[in-house]
Ligand binder design. Structure first.
Ligand SMILES: C[S@@+](CC[C@H](N)C(=O)[O-])C[C@H]1O[C@@H](n2cnc3c(N)ncnc32)[C@H](O)[C@@H]1O
Length: 207
């Protein structure tokens, strides 16, 4: 995509800001589809990890107007971009955007009702370490929702091999995702797929 493929992993600088705008628009249908798989109460405290351009944070704040939605990203430029996009919600103390990594979020134990991760897990250095950290910051009974437009199923990943390589995407199969979530203690793992597309959403719960 016009030499921007290397930007999705950690959007930076002018090209990164361009990619953030593209993602905020382009990920809308996928994100709206993904969010249909979890019930969001108005008083939820929510974390969006790898928030990129910050549009998911605004959408979540609309669904949970009574408390606060946090977004984290390890790209300082994405944090700045998300802060600008969510300026009004930040001024109302309904949103906070923080530069931080998913492996070490910096939040207290049992803090969130819901953690979302849209189009980001395949850039994390260790999926297992990251989901362990996400489980730590979830309240008992809290949910973790991952939403992705790519899948490793032996068909899509073969067809899209070039894109996957250019974007430095490290896909793992849905079975492996389920196994890792269960291994770190998540329960009720549910996998949703959209027919005739590689889209998938994985919902799990901390008991
Ligand atoms: C493809 S973008 C998706 C952004 C956004 N979630 C969306 O759907 O538009 C991936 C984002 O994850 C962030 N990211 C990747 N690895 C991360 C990590 N280990 N910790 C925090 N953020 C990370 C990147 O900086 C980037 O903004």
């Amino acid at each position: 995509m016009f030499g921007l493929m290397d930007q999705f992993r950690r959007p930076t600088g002018r090209r990164g800001r361009f990619v953030a705008a593209l993602m905020n628009r382009g990920h809308k249908p996928l994100t709206l589809w993904g969010l249909t798989h979890v019930k969001i109460e108005p008083d939820y405290v929510i974390l969006d990890v790898g928030c990129g351009g910050g549009k998911t944070v605004s959408r979540l704040a609309d669904k949970a107007p009574l408390r606060k939605v946090f977004g984290i990203d390890y790209s300082a430029d994405m944090v700045e971009y998300s802060k600008k996009l969510n300026k009004k919600l930040i001024a109302e103390d309904r949103v906070e955007i923080i530069e931080s990594s998913v492996e070490k979020t910096g939040f207290s134990d049992d803090f969130f009702d819901l953690v979302t991760a849209i189009e980001t897990y395949y850039f994390w250095p260790s999926f297992s370490d990251a989901v362990q950290e996400i489980r730590r910051v979830l309240k008992p009974g809290g949910h973790f929702l991952m939403v992705n437009e790519m899948v490793k199923d032996g068909v899509y990943d073969v067809r899209a091999a070039k894109t996957i390589e250019q974007a430095h995407v490290d896909l793992i199969s849905l079975d492996e995702i389920r196994n890792t979530l269960e291994a770190v203690g998540f329960e009720d793992v549910q996998i949703f797929t959209k027919s005739e597309s590689p889209w998938n959403a994985v919902l799990s719960k901390k008991h």
